[in-house]
Design a protein around this ligand. Structure first.
Ligand SMILES: Nc1ncnc2c1ncn2[C@@H]1O[C@H](COP(=O)(O)OP(=O)(O)OP(=O)(O)O)[C@@H](O)[C@H]1O
Ligand SMILES: [Mg+2]
Length: 210
């Protein structure tokens, strides 16, 4: 089983949105997928509670029993576990990053987000884990998205697919769905599919950090 942790110290970067979307995408690709919400805000849990679909499975956990729960999930034959985290530099984050096979760091293409990303990178490096950045919430053809990709590439791999700012990323989650469950041919759905392929390739080829 591969464990993907969504982390970024900056609030509102897109951790929960991408955690939900990636976990559904992996499920739609025929994998057995579980999700865990370690954020006291509970946004991922609230989204999942609205869902009609049975997958992904939600596992109610806590930082104290995280490792035990991971062992149980592994024994149940799950292929992937996605973990959402809170936007803070806390011990929780370090513990969760510590169990990751890959840390996905969503970053908005803004100066504030780019300046804040160093703290997340430090935690991932301290834990000796691999990471990929995803530019999320980009405006069409904005120069700053290219600049952001260049800045982020100093720290690690950047997903070549940018996730654009689109209302369906927010509206689809209101009733527990995702963009690909609303319209699988939408631009947003295609972006999510490409992001999942990129993340999965990184997980599968097991490269060491650049
Ligand atoms: N690509 C996008 N297009 C449009 N809206 C988006 C996009 N990504 C995220 N959002 C919206 O931005 C807000 C913040 O996103 P989200 O909750 O996923 O961030 P987060 O990193 O989990 O936040 P927090 O740090 O508070 O946990 C939400 O209202 C979400 O619907
Ligand atoms: Mg969140």
């Amino acid at each position: 089983m591969k464990i993907i942790v969504l982390a970024s110290q900056k609030g509102g970067a897109g951790k929960t949105t991408l955690c939900g979307h990636l976990s559904v995408e992996a499920s739609l690709n025929g994998h057995k997928v579980a999700i865990i919400d370690t954020d006291p805000q509970g946004s991922l849990a609230a989204w999942w509670n609205e869902r009609e679909s049975d997958s992904p499975d939600f596992v109610s956990s806590s930082i104290i029993k995280l490792q035990d729960d991971i062992n149980l999930i592994k024994n149940e034959g799950f292929d992937y576990l996605f973990i959402d985290t809170p936007p803070a530099v806390t011990e929780t984050i370090e513990k969760v990053v510590g169990v990751a096979d890959l840390v996905v760091i969503p970053t908005r293409p803004s100066p504030h987000d780019l300046r804040a990303v160093g703290k997340t990178v430090d935690i991932v490096n301290d834990c000796n884990k691999r990471m990929v950045f995803v530019i999320n919430g980009a405006a069409n053809r904005a120069r700053i998205s290219t600049d952001a990709a260049i800045a982020l590439s100093q720290h690690g791999a950047v997903c070549p697919t940018v996730i654009y700012q689109r209302t369906d990323f927010a509206s689809s989650m209101i009733d527990g769905r995702t963009v690909q469950e609303m319209d699988k041919a939408s631009k947003s759905a295609i972006e999510v599919g490409e992001l999942w392929k990129y993340v999965n390739t990184h997980l599968r080829n097991g490269k060491l950090r650049p």
